[in-house]
Design a protein around this ligand. Sequence first.
Ligand code: SF4
Length: 371
Amino acid sequence: MKTRHNWTKEEILEIYNKPLMELLYEAATVHRENHDPNTVQVSTLISIKTGGCSEDCGYCPQAARYHTDIEGNDLMSVNQVKAQALRAKEAGSSRVCMGAAWRNVKDGEEFDSVLEMVRSINKLEMEVCCTLGMITENQAQRLAEAGLYAYNHNLDSSEEYYKEVISTRGFQDRLDTIGNVRKTNVTVCSGGIIGMGERIEDRAGMLVALSTLDPQPESTPINALVPVEGTPLEEQKPVSIWEMVRMVATTRIVMPETQVRLSAGRMQMSREGQAMCFFAGANSIFAGDKLLTTPNPDVNEDMEMFQALGLHPQKAFEKKSQSESISAEDSKYQNLGEKPKWSRPGHKIERNIEAQKVAKIRFENVKKSDL
Ligand code: SF4
């Protein structure tokens, strides 16, 4: 099946709502035509800077305004990150994704450190990915020169539902960041979250936005919301495994060449449920006992599951060759000291405002009880 870039919401809904056995059969067929069904890519996520983020993403415990129980940390050192990447490699990961809780990248010392992290992981012969928030074209070029393999920037949901979850940056900003990454040789990783209270139409809408990108993202994480106490979405009911399987299968059909990744929410899925997702076309997972701040299955459990299912981890650079890593001194793109103006749509999301107020009261009470 040829990759199409003109999927409509109606067509995608029709696929999503097919009888499950038909949907699975169709997705598994597309999967086999485009990928080895017994190979799954294993990535490790390292939170290089945790918490204290200025944004109001309703699902995120790292947003400073919600004062959740997560332990924040400043930017890790290059050596700390390198040591964790080595451990991940020994445990079978071929890719490391570094996540920083930033609204956007700012030129300066911290970004220079991240570029060094990219260089040092590239030298370990691992695919290196970053998720650092919004980036300009020059920043994307600098990451590319350092040897970055992929940049993650999720669309999260449909354009319409996105406004119900985040008010501090717009959907178009996300597309612009993806566009900036596309001007380089870095691959794009972009997906979203289900279970935030959205309608099935919104899930289809998100897949329209992703699948009509040309080229489509090389990788697409499908997350199931993990509701965290203190965030505006703390009371959302978990999605069922059937919804997850349908979402994975539909993604596989409309994005045949993309690596579809099971991300947050895997801890809540049985092995049988995950096996069904692999059958439906998922071919990537995040390994490690933590996904930024939420729990994730243990690496050994994953390897046991792989053995039981006859799956094997994908080798690094199987889909695209390794980029050369250019040293800071030799790079063509320099620190421009950019202060880009990303938008702040600033509309109101009552649920987020309420959560912020509750968090403030809780925080004041904790402070008082410390006295
Ligand atoms: S999802 Fe990212 S941008 Fe949004 S609050 Fe969390 S860390 Fe910040």
